[in-house]
Design a protein. Structure first.
Length: 184
């Protein structure tokens, strides 16, 4: 059994911890797809700017949920409701602190994402993109009922040229009905 996890809505005060976790996750799992110069540079500042903006200006179509263990950030998920008419709500980010992986935190977060989509979205589906090289994440999503339905190429992080190595592929993982994920 994993650690006791509590979930709550993120606030602007969470931006530094969310940015640090996001940067650490990219450095661990996106090496090879993202340029080393970007990952080894000030990716924390890049993510802090993005998360400060995102969490500092609440949008009714966006939901960010943080997971905590003993009062410390253990993971987060960000969902954009009704992002795509065909695929539904978009899980834009889901990251768990490396040392706490495989403890149920990711499962709690993907379930919270499905609850947000099912309870607040007008569309029924849920989807996300995962880098093709991130096979562990793909296995996690498949274990939670997601299916790879499309392959495409990743865009430059933040739209800034030079942040990728070549043209890394990504897979769209989809759940036709977010409620199906809640039944697992």
């Amino acid at each position: 059994m994993g650690p006791a996890v509590s979930l709550r809505a993120a606030s602007a005060a969470d931006a530094p911890a969310v940015a640090a976790l996001h940067a650490d996750s990219w450095r661990r799992h996106y090496r090879g797809a993202f340029a080393d110069a970007f990952l080894d540079g000030d990716v924390v500042a890049d993510r802090l700017a993005a998360w400060s903006d995102r969490l500092g200006s609440a949008q009714p179509t966006q939901v960010t949920i943080v997971a905590e263990v003993d009062g410390a950030l253990a993971g987060f998920v960000h969902v954009v409701l009704d992002h795509d008419a065909r695929w539904g709500s978009f899980v834009d980010n889901l990251h768990v602190t490396y040392a706490l992986r495989r403890g149920g935190i990711g499962s709690a977060l993907i379930t919270a994402a499905a609850q947000a989509a099912a309870g607040n979205g007008a569309t029924t589906g849920l989807y996300l993109w995962v880098l093709e090289q991130n096979t562990a994440a793909q296995a996690f999503y498949v274990a939670h009922g997601g299916s790879p339905v499309e392959r495409a190429y990743a865009g430059e992080p933040g739209g800034v040229p030079g942040r990728l190595n070549g043209r890394p592929a990504k897979l769209r993982m989809a759940w036709p009905h977010a409620r199906d994920l809640l039944r697992r």
